[in-house]
Design a protein around this ligand. Structure first.
Ligand code: ASP
Length: 331
């Protein structure tokens, strides 16, 4: 049995056992949440616990799905979204700002433009805990610069797991990742998790300027995960079980110089009958909204899965004993 994770910082921390556990817990929460009795049982799970949301980089889905996840679990939350309204304008360091949050919270969910901030905060807390044993907050990375977005990768895995549960699971599937692979953190975090699903094959579809970074390719090579790089979306859509679209990340870094690759209505005709299309959102023109009516377009389901998966992640971090306590009898 693996050691329990204390913080959620990057995809490399997860193994298959934990991924399966979180997927099962997510399904359980979804089912139980359908009845009033079940919803109330979930709301009793973390009464008196608090999450701190430190989101100094813009967010719609991650922030709101974590708020919603706290509501599902009966937790309260505190929030800083603009460092200009915090003591950081008085010269307080981001780590001191986060440590202040830790004085009031059981978990800190962090999104920052600074690539390693969540990790740095977690290391700081671990180092200091012997001196302040009551300072016990778990750190969750809600998106760190262009580097990682591990809880997005978990909800993406859950979306794939649900889509393929009656077709042999994620193993053996071909997944096309499309768009700005160089600067998109979601595809990086998801690519790391692929090592836990035997015989997965990846197709990276991007303009040459936005190709996947070397560190991820080296990781895939090391773990014998086959991948190819192409600009040909049609060819990829023809063979893929899942097409993962992404936008051009020019808000993070102004370098442009390449047009996006577009998934349009005509691609629905060449997409396999059991294949799915995902997108971490927000989308721009790279995924035509005219496609949304097709049941293979899973983007809104994926978004909703985010709330349940994030509830499962918080529950895993904060409930160390019986994972189903108080929920066995409710359906
Ligand atoms: N919402 C995702 C992220 O925060 C994807 C994106 O912004 O393109 O990375």
């Amino acid at each position: 049995m693996r050691e329990r994770l204390y913080h959620v910082l990057e995809s490399q921390q997860f193994d298959r056992e934990l991924l399966d556990h979180l997927c099962a817990l997510t399904t359980r929460f979804r089912e139980v949440g359908k009845t009033t009795e079940g919803a109330l049982a979930m709301k009793r799970r973390h009464v008196g616990k608090r999450a701190a949301l430190y989101f100094t980089q813009v967010s719609t889905r991650t922030l709101n799905s974590f708020r919603a996840a706290c509501q599902v679990l009966g937790m309260d939350w505190l929030e800083i979204s603009d460092p200009n309204t915090s003591s950081e304008v008085k010269g307080e360091s981001p780590i001191d700002s986060v440590a202040t949050f830790a004085s009031y919270a059981d978990a800190i969910i962090m999104r920052s433009k600074l690539p390693g901030l969540a990790k740095q905060a977690a290391e700081y807390f671990d180092r200091e805990r012997p001196f302040r044993p009551w300072h016990t907050a778990h750190v969750v990375n809600g998106g760190s610069g262009q580097d990682q977005h591990p809880t997005q990768a978990l909800l993406d895995i859950y979306t794939l797991y649900r889509a393929f549960r009656e077709r042999g699971g994620i193993e053996g599937k071909t997944i096309a990742m499309v768009g700005d692979l160089k600067r998109g953190r979601t595809v990086r975090s998801l690519a790391y998790l692929m090592r836990h699903y035997p015989d997965v094959r990846l197709i990276f579809v991007s303009p040459p300027a936005f190709q996947m970074e070397e560190d991820i390719k080296a990781f895939l090579q090391k773990h014998n995960i086959p991948f190819e790089e192409t600009e040909d979306l049609d060819a990829a859509v023809n063979v893929a079980d899942a097409v993962y679209m992404t936008r051009v990340q020019d808000d993070l870094d102004k370098e442009k110089g390449a047009t996006p690759i577009f998934f349009q209505e005509r691609h629905l005709k060449i997409l396999g009958p059991h294949a799915i299309v995902m997108h971490p959102l927000p989308r721009r023109e790279e995924l035509d909204p005219a496609c949304d009516h097709d049941p293979r377009i899973k983007i809104w389901r994926q978004e909703r899965n985010g709330m349940w998966m994030r509830a499962a992640v918080l529950d895993y971090l904060l409930k160390e004993n019986d994972p189903l306590e108080g929920m066995r009898e409710v359906a």
